[in-house]
Design a protein around this ligand. Sequence first.
Ligand code: HEM
Length: 484
Amino acid sequence: MEGFTNNKQIPDVPTTNGTFSALESITSPMGHLPSSFIRTAIFIIFLLLTHRIIRYLTSELPPRGSNLKPLPGPLSTLPYIGRIHDVDRNHAWSALHKFSRQYNGLFSCTLGGETHIWVAREDVAQDLLCKNAAICSARADLGSYPGVTKGFKYLPLLGYTDAFLGQLGPSGPVMNLVPPLMHLPEWLVPGKREVRLRQEREAKLWEGLFDRSKDKYKKGGYPKTYVGASLESKDGSTEGKLLFENETEAKYAVGMLCTVGIFTIAGPAILFIMAMILHPEWQEKVRAQIDEVVGDEMIDLKHSPRLPILRAVIKECVRWKSTVPLGVPRLLSSDYTYDNYHFPAGAVVHVLDIALSQDPKRYQNPSTYDPDRWLNPTSRNFKAPLTEFPRLKGHHIFGRGKRACPGQDLAEAELFVFCGNLLKFFTLSPALDEKDEPIWPDPDKWTTNVIGGPLPFDCRIEVRDKKKLDMVEKMYSEAFEKNI
Ligand code: HEM
């Protein structure tokens, strides 16, 4: 009954007599719940269970006489609800990683009435998501973002705003675990109201930013922006080259792309700072190579071929601690068979990135942060030439197949320039307590977001010398002057 105990969370419940009396009786202890409410609740549970059983018998079991096997996996301990109680919403990936080890990288389980299939085997992931992309490239609708798979509003992905990130997957609102809850009224599911308010805030932000950029575009003289590009294509629309259907679509597409571009990078960037603090020896190795190759310049992409250590320490961050541990869900639109297993249409498919990145067959000592695995020719992960490899692009964290991340080049470039210049100009070290003892950040303190990263931690970021301080101050004031 969580959520029904605090009537401040659901203040605007309509009542017939203009008071909150109906709500008060719901929020009071179980004993005072009105019998009509209990009857309705029992009826809803009955409907959900019946629906689940019919679906299980008609489409989720292998077709009769087919000799196919159902996928292995933990049995539902609660009807309909499945294994929700096993999934700690703060560490959803721990339970799923454990099941993945238990079932050799392929299992299915019920969570809130939905069948979820978890894949941590390269052969299955390749066959299903690449070879059979036609049936596994749809996105699954989300309890917390009803309609996300329809219309244009969340065109690029499932949305990635700060708030949105927390809404994806089992660690998000309860509607993600029990999707049918999204069909109940807002006053019965407080999380639904939060979702609506968030969408309204998001729309306001994106519209405001779009209009501001539009003004700047009209005045001219500003650097090229996504908004400018979309308006430019509109201006040239006589050639039929409209980038978006209409301005509303452009606002959402541009807004979403910008937010996606920022929030996906934040996790790996903070993780990089943490890894460098925990492994100062790597900080020194990168810095030595930067000083030798780059000299007094700012690091830029042209330096990439000669900075393999920098590329290795960045790549090892997301390999060591996947920032997308559960993968981004897809929807299986037709029945599929692999290894004689029946994968039922309608199931939500996840490639469990944490299991791939912690697989000892793929990575030796997977829990160790070791950039050397990308640099040392004796390592199974080494790839030549070092002028090109290691590189982030193509790493399994970006997904695969038709819906693989289109931002891989940008992510790689942004992280290279950001992380490189950070080490070029600053030293990163742990915060000190009152006795001057270091407070080491804990890499297991992690956000619950589907695309996440470490929780905030204290640290020291100190400029390396006076010359670099002057350079940083100059760039900082120039950026302000140009209003960048
Ligand atoms: C290190 C940073 C990033 C990571 C780890 C990441 C990860 C992912 C993952 C796992 C997916 C789902 C892939 C799948 O379903 O197989 C995805 C999709 C997507 N990403 Fe990224 N991403 C990153 C950076 C970016 C950036 C910088 C942008 C944009 C500029 C971006 C834009 C997108 C878009 C638009 C999609 C949706 C593609 C589709 O559904 O067709 N990503 N990303």
